[in-house]
Write a protein that binds this ligand. Sequence first.
Ligand SMILES: Cc1cc2nc3c(=O)[nH]c(=O)nc-3n(C[C@H](O)[C@H](O)[C@H](O)COP(=O)(O)OP(=O)(O)OC[C@H]3O[C@@H](n4cnc5c(N)ncnc54)[C@H](O)[C@@H]3O)c2cc1C
Length: 440
Amino acid sequence: MIRFDVVVIGAGPAGLSAAYKLASSGIKVAVVEKGEYPGSKNVMGGVLYLSPLKKLISETIVDEMLQANVVERNVIEQNMWFLSDDGVIKAGHRNEKWKTSPNAFTVLRAKFDNWFAKKVEKTGALIISKTKVEDFIWENDEIIGVKTSRPKGEIYCKAVVIAEGVNPILTLKAGLRKRDITPKMAAIAVKEIIPMSTERINDIFGVGNENEGATIEIIGSWSKGMMGIGFLYSNKDSISLGAGVLIEDLKQNNKFTPYELLQNLKEHPAISELLGENKNSANEYMAHLIPEGGYYSMPRLYDNRILVVGDAGMMVNSIHREGSNHAITSGMLAGETLVDAFEKGDFSRKFLKKYYLKLRDSFIIKDLKKYKDLTSIMEKNHQFFEIYPSLLNDAAYRFLNVDGTPKWEMQKEIFEMFRKRRGLIGMTIDALKMWKGVRG
Ligand SMILES: Cc1cc2nc3c(=O)[nH]c(=O)nc-3n(C[C@H](O)[C@H](O)[C@H](O)COP(=O)(O)OP(=O)(O)OC[C@H]3O[C@@H](n4cnc5c(N)ncnc54)[C@H](O)[C@@H]3O)c2cc1C
């Protein structure tokens, strides 16, 4: 009989962080991963925030990652673009402080997760790849192990950490979620990795060398009024280009596939010119779900002998493009809770509630609660993705197009434009809705 102290299901950032914490505290951990190797199937934009990794491992982790060449570029500038059919409004922030004190790196998950998994193995955890957890082993209504896809692949344990990502198959089987996630609770994202010379990437993103990078998030005309966000991130010698749309919107609209929406994004003049001759030369193409349901869509995160971490717990703050940091932090907090549980010899639901309390005191639940209504507000109010980006572009064009019209007249024309297309009452209500969504 194979026996471990803890089985972690899934070697994404959440599962690996839980395993790191547990194994480095002397607990015998097996991480079961269905992919060929950790990261082989995982998708992210991806901006990896550094503060949770520093807390989990150490401050020196940044230098270690740079030396191991597992990160792409240090994000020194973050941008938001608003597209109309023929224009773009660009807003962004660059800071010299990020050059000396990095906040986030762009990463490619196949490389990053694999490196992280090796680091976890060095603490004593066993990573079992190419193996799927298919079900649990139960005794007296309690989980006492997992059944895997390997012949005689039962693994017995004192506790299980579910880190299976957004698709909640085992969370459902454990009874922690009553119903499957709905199309309102997830976006489908498609992503391409487009190879490009380092010099061209430096030019496009306006950075001085291959270690510095920038990010661009993009909303507006490309998503055809659906709730969606595009992204363009700089890697060392490639760029990551992607588009994600709420599944409910795709279902209602029923006219576009996610790939067609990505094509729309690529065909926009501002993006098309930027990509130039590389536009159609992607060498990797991938698709993945992103949790969007936020606070209301979270399953129960603990029960006797079991904890749920990362995307499996729907811990994504998509407004701020934060998911990997929630995954790492929740994995670490789950690990800490189980270390205490081993000390006390108590794996009961009552004891493991400590994990939920730690999450509640952290930024994770505080932020998810703050934005708990925003997704449903955005989903019901497509003007934020269609009318406003277009109006902002038209207003900027009118104001900046010098044709001899006095500025007072221009301002009146712009005001009239907003009044006609959205109405004063409409704009006031929209401002209140947005305020309600972000105020928390
Ligand atoms: C297109 C896209 C862009 C994103 N961009 C960003 C970004 O820029 N910044 C950011 O912070 N976040 C971003 N996110 C979110 C981020 O990727 C996730 O929040 C994060 O990866 C969650 O980590 P996780 O470990 O919980 O899940 P995952 O990374 O999904 O890992 C789950 C793991 O479990 C394995 N698994 C699943 N079921 C089983 C099973 N039954 N048996 C064995 N193994 C199993 C999977 O193979 C996988 O390795 C993005 C997500 C997407 C899809």
